[in-house]
Design a protein around this ligand. Sequence first.
Ligand code: ASP
Length: 449
Amino acid sequence: MSEIKNSGYSGSALRLLQSANCQVGDIIRITYKTNTYEGVLIPRGESGDTTNIIVKLKNGYNVGISATVEGINVEKIGVGIKPMFASPLLPEQNSVLPHVVIMSTGGTIASRVDYRTGAVRSAISASDLYGVVPELSKIARVDTEIVFSTYSENLTPKNWTDLAQKVAERINQGIDGVVIAHGTDTMGYTSAALSFALQNLPVPVIFVGAQRSSDRPSSDAATNLIGAVRAASEAPFAEVGLAMHETISDSAIVVHRGVRVRKCHTSRRDAFKSINDFPIARVLDQKIIMQKDDYQHRDPTRQLVLKTNFCEKVALIKFYPGMDPSIIDYYVSQGFRGILLEGSGLGHVSIFCFEAIKNAIAKGVIVALSSQCIWGRVNIDIYDTGRDLLNFGVVPLDDMFPETGLVKLMWVLGQTSDLKESKRLLKTNIAGEFTSRSLPQEKIVYGAQ
Ligand code: ASP
């Protein structure tokens, strides 16, 4: 079977197209029951849909046909013109505006299908950006840099290190703010990673993504990007933030703290929520409205401190009823240096796992604990089984939710191999990742509003 280049297809759609030897741009015929569709095979701009094949018909309309319908047949009936992108002209840069760099790592925000020609772009260039979002030239002088070009589920801690170093280079050259365009799936992990890696920031570093790609009328890419560039250019804070829709409407963009934010919905535009915290700021009518007063102020003279090492030998293990404790033994036998346990409720793990946990700690593995409830804090002082975990040496991570706990443990073990120092760092607030007292319950937003 031949490979289909830059198609964006996966799953059953990909298999069917491969078996018919089709490439993007080819003229194909799809038949099932009494239906026949002929047209140009168009690439997909987003991940997620594994069944639909998109065909541009002769009348100019695109149709999506499911590869799973009974009796479907695909044939290649001609070789079409391969798709091309026409880049729009760059508008003039206004030299008095703040200087911002948009670094692109890939994901939906950076992919675009040109339905006229069928081309798909998985990276952002300066002219593409201005073409899609011309308003940016009124907010900032924007440079762009492609750092990676992949969906965020493919990124690893090594990418976090590279990205942090690239951001640091730009900051040390005197940029006024950084925007990082990123796939939404693991954007919260990367924003947490950079919050630990980039300390003492002088200017804001703002992550941004999109739930719908910019070729779709319902896209959130432009509004999110405008909000992020506005925050990077003008916000009074110098922290890692993540800017996305506040609600499903386009009215406001909200900037969450990089260590306190989680993707909580698969498809809604307001998928990202601050967990156990308030967002830092809102961008409403192109104005930044601060929501917190405990933030690090922008100060271009502040000297950035870079700590970019992450240890990959760290596992996140979710406890569940009937969990086989040999799962813990497995990681210990594989030389893992840290385990983040996602306990139930206040932070519980079955007594059947106790031996495995004790053994891991005795072998020098740091075992930390968060709650799979996501909201709230672990408190293992209350029941005696929790107190047992404390006595074994398990480190409870207060109100840090598991993904940030995992990234922090990776970062801590990337800084030191000393057990005492690791525990000290885990319990030290580095980037606002936990609070020792919870906020008033009624003020915390959880679930979709
Ligand atoms: N799976 C994609 C990614 O995280 C979805 C997106 O781009 O938002 O890269």
